[in-house]
Design a protein around this ligand. Structure first.
Ligand SMILES: Cc1ncc(C[n+]2csc(CCOP(=O)(O)OP(=O)(O)O)c2C)c(N)n1
Ligand SMILES: [Mg+2]
Length: 893
């Protein structure tokens, strides 16, 4: 073989490459892009067939997806828009700086919005649709939590927020009110629609919101619209499992009403998101792989002529080989540095920019800061059909802050700017604030009839009004017929049923109801069979936009797996986080969509508050309405499943959610009363509360509702059964909840017949409600010392009840303990602290010491403690019931 010198080989390579490219150019000119694509596909197949191993790449070159010649001109006035954006920037920064001057450490963020200002402004001026008159086509926007100052600053210019509010940023408690740190509908119910600041929750809520919008349309609950869901998120935020964990769903469901805008400023809180990699390329691959339409918006307009000159792809190659940490360095360095280190890699690259000064090199913008690039990306996203779109917009964190933090690792935390920095910022963005005033960092708003204000208002009016704006758009539901619930008041006449079965029966009845039925949204994470809900598959169908394009394997059975485009059940698959996001979409539709949908989300109770507690917290903040059903609940009631499944915690967690009303019901009528009242409070009275009910597997006969129990059920406590002999010398009050109540009732019988202890049995449906009411009374009494003290409901029930006090539940002991202070005597508590076991129900109740035998022993021990009986009676009872007093403590076993 002839030896080819390396130099010759390189020349040969270059000639070969050029020839191939020229051929391709010819095909492109004569046959168009489709022909090029076909040819490349065939070349790939041919190469593969001949053993060429082509590397897989899910990402495209590191350039804009929309090339300069595909771009359209931007409507409106770019100059005015730039000016408005500058004013928003100034006021956003001033708000944070002033707040931190007024109160050291109050916090706030400047740099997130500084990097995202163009992304929002283009949206506000050209895309985001408000609720307008009819309110049907409004977009749902999930604003990045840390960008809140910018959103407030714009609302201030629009005249929606006054200066006092701006002044009181992060100080809601000041006279005249203030602005919440982040989007919190609980605190600003006329402004924010969805909370987003817990990273990752915005994106997953947006995905399920987009799907829920389709659901409403497909089921005829809302007319079809072209409304979009926008989710703005940070590039660092994409590390949260919730942010990317559900991205295959919108592609599968072809949700072209969904647009993600990821602000790729390459930085998170501590430093670079991917110092040694490229976050944009990584995200592109993930989203493309999932089936999204990906639009990269990396470079601003100044790069277009250079890319046009880049015949050999040298520049594109160079762009693609720089890691993010290095790009960040370029952002803070001078033009000379960039020339030397970026362009200097090849003399041909240097040649490309020789006509540009260092200053011009420094000022070359990035895609996310160039309105025309952003406009084109949004336009393409809005027009894209058949798939969701993600826009990966490259920006600089702290853009415009200069020495105060632009591109620096400390920028996320920057809350203060000194006079010099403020002056530079003011000058850079042309804000009419004089040097004399700068130290006060005044807010700036042009006069009411100034062109900027008029332009903003006109644009918003053309787009259907201001955003964000939250408003309850649904009318309250009419009174619900009690007929639906009455059957449950009667009990099951000896037939055994579980509370889960009762709930499912009630749900089926609600679904069949003429008025309410269509509004009910059952949500289940692949667990319908677990809860005996499979009959609903056939009855109301599983929602699927595509309908059912296959013959289900069980078609010939009565309860086949029916999917339908107007199906009612949201069968979410194994995702509690996704299901909860659907719950939020359905439970806030009364405001967002003006539809009173009533979600019932049933799941394994252990995977609720414990697993997705933060989403439930967001639901609470968002004023979500609906019912959460913790199924297979109770640490000793769910047999066999063991440590990870058995829930003795969720009632305790629920206590901490201020507007969550939680119940641990035992009987059918309790469930009926609670759900009926829940619908009344949430959908008739329009209260911003939601419900949590634990329901269980154990089957027992459901008694009829005792006379007068109704109100006590809702308040959390009522007397279920009085003692047989109220005059007996030995007395006890036994408190039982949920599936442990039947154990308590059994103990009552044995105590009376064997030990001559006459006890009343109380059903505690909600320790949480008792606890909250008790504290409300205590607080009122503290603040009104001269007035007749209020007596907590639990005290009123039990103050004069004779005998020892015993409580047993299937939850941790802290639940009964929470009401101890309002009882006349010390409460003995039986509960299920500790790790579960895969065991039978009886063994579990023995292990956790909550069965009827322990209720008996606890009662006798309390009586012996009080000197009412001999201690030997307790010893004998322990023996008689086969209890080993030396058994290990379940709380730590
Ligand atoms: C679940 C959660 N964890 C941590 C934080 C604290 N936090 C707030 S902002 C931030 C960094 C955000 O970086 P990025 O998502 O890239 O947004 P950027 O500000 O750069 O646009 C962190 C860690 C949070 N808000 N939520
Ligand atoms: Mg970031």
């Amino acid at each position: 073989m002839r030896h080819i010198a390396p130099k010759d080989a390189a020349e040969l390579d270059a000639t070969e490459t050029r020839e191939w490219l020229e051929s391709l150019d010819y095909v492109l000119q004569s046959g168009g892009p489709a022909k090029v694509a076909r040819l490349l596909r065939e070349l790939t197949i041919h190469a593969r067939q001949n053993g060429v191993k082509l590397p897989f790449s899910a990402s495209t070159p590191y350039i804009n997806t929309i090339s300069a010649d595909e771009q359209v001109l931007m409507p409106g006035s770019p100059d005015l828009e730039r000016r408005i954006k500058s004013l928003v920037r100034w006021n956003a920064a001033a708000m944070v700086v002033r707040a931190n001057k007024a109160e050291e450490g109050i916090g706030g963020h400047i740099s997130t919005f500084a990097s995202a200002a163009t992304l929002y402004e283009v949206g506000f001026n050209h895309f985001f649709r408000g609720h307008g008159e009819g309110g049907d086509a409004a977009d749902v926007i999930f604003f990045q939590g840390h960008a809140a100052p910018g959103i407030y600053a714009r609302a201030y210019l629009e005249g929606r927020i006054d200066e006092t509010h701006l002044e009181n940023f992060r100080r809601e408690l000041k006279p005249g009110g203030g602005l919440s740190s982040y989007p919190h509908p609980w605190l600003m119910p006329d402004f924010w629609e969805y909370p987003t600041v817990s990273m990752g929750l915005g994106p997953i809520m947006a995905i399920y919101q987009a799907r829920f919008m389709r659901y409403l349309e497909d089921r005829g609950l809302k007319p079809a619209t072209t409304a979009k869901v926008w989710a703005f998120l940070g590039d660092g935020e994409t590390d949260e499992p919730e942010a990317l964990g559900a991205i295959t769903l919108p592609a599968r469901e072809k949700l072209d009403n969904l647009i993600f805008v990821i602000n790729c400023n390459l930085q998170r809180l501590d430093g670079p998101v991917r110092g040694n990699g490229q976050i944009i390329q990584e995200l592109e691959a993930a989203f493309r792989g999932a089936g999204w339409n990906v639009i990269k918006c990396i470079w601003g307009r100044e790069w277009d002529p250079l890319l046009a000159k880049d015949r050999d792809g040298l520049l594109v190659k160079r762009m693609g080989e720089i890691v993010d940490g290095q790009y960040q360095k370029y952002a803070v360095e001078s033009g000379a540095y960039v020339r030397e280190h970026f362009w200097g890699a090849d003399p041909r690259l240097l040649d490309m920019v020789k006509h540009l000064s260092d200053d011009q090199l420094k000022k070359m913008t990035l895609g996310g800061h160039d309105p025309i690039k952003v406009y084109n990306a949004y336009k393409a996203a809005v027009e894209h059909k058949g798939a969701p779109t993600v826009i990966l917009a490259r920006t600089i964190k702290g853009y415009g802050l200069g020495e105060a933090g632009e591109g620096k690792n400390i920028t996320h935390q920057q809350k203060k700017m000194n006079e010099e920095e403020l002056r530079a910022f003011r000058t850079r963005f042309g804000i009419p604030v004089s040097d004399a005033e700068i130290a006060n960092t005044p807010f700036y708003r042009p006069s009411e009839d100034g062109v900027e204000i008029k332009y903003m208002r006109d644009r918003r009016s053309a787009l259907g009004g201001y955003v964000p704006a939250r408003k309850v758009r649904s009318e309250p539901l009419p009174e619900v017929s009690s007929e639906l619930f009455e059957e449950f008041y009667k009990g099951t006449e000896g037939r055994k049923a579980s509370t889960t079965m009762v709930f499912v029966r009630l749900l089926s009845k609600l679904l069949r109801d003429k008025e309410l039925g269509r509004l009910v949204v059952p949500i289940v994470p692949d667990e319908a069979r677990t809860f005996g809900m499979e009959a609903l598959f056939r009855a109301v169908g599983i929602y699927s936009h595509a309908g059912q394009t296959y013959e289900p394997v069980d078609m010939d059975t009565l309860l086949y797996y029916k999917e339908a485009s107007d199906g009612q059940i949201l069968e979410e698959g194994i995702t509690e986080a996704g299901s909860m996001s659907s719950f939020i979409a359905a439970g806030t539709a009364y405001a967002t969509h003006g539809v009173n949908t009533i979600p019932f989300f049933i799941y394994y109770s252990m995977f609720g508050f414990q697993r997705i507690g933060d989403l439930i917290w967001a639901a609470a903040d968002a004023r979500t309405r609906g019912f959460l059903l913790g199924g297979t609940a109770g640490r000793t009631t769910l047999a066999g499943e063991g440590l990870q499944h058995q829930d003795g915690n969720s009632q305790l967690f629920a206590l901490a959610y201020p507007n969550c009303i939680s119940y641990d019901p035992a009987f059918a009528y309790e469930i009926a009363v609670i759900i009926q009242d829940g619908i009344r409070r949430m959908y008739i009275n329009q209260e911003s509360v939601f419900y949590y009910l634990t329901v269980m597997n154990e089957q027992y006969a459901m008694p009829a509702m005792p006379e007068g129990a109704h109100d006590g059920i809702l308040k959390g406590l009522y007397k279920f059964r009085a003692a047989g002999n109220a005059n007996a010398p030995l007395r006890a009050q036994l408190l039982g909840s949920g599936a442990i109540l039947p154990e308590v009732i059994k103990a009552q019988e044995v105590l009376e017949s064997k030990y001559n202890v006459a006890s009343d049995v109380w059903s505690v449906t909600s320790y949480t409600e008792l606890y909250r009411e008790g504290h409300a009374c205590e607080r009122w009494n503290m603040l009104h010392p001269g007035e007749t003290p209020r007596v907590p409901y639990v005290t009123r029930c039990l103050a004069n009840a004779p005998g020892v006090l015993i409580a047993a539940s299937d939850y941790v002991k802290a639940m009964p303990d929470s009401i101890d202070r309002w009882l006349p005597r010390t409460l003995t508590t039986l509960g299920t602290d500790g790790f579960g076991r895969s065991e039978s129900r009886a063994a579990l109740r023995d292990f956790f010491e909550v069965d009827y035998r322990y209720v008996i022993v606890a009662t006798l021990a309390a009586l012996a403690r009080d000197g009412k009986i001999q201690r030997s009676v307790v010893d004998e009872a322990i023996k008689a019931h086969n209890i080993n007093p030396e058994k290990s403590n379940p709380a730590i076993s």
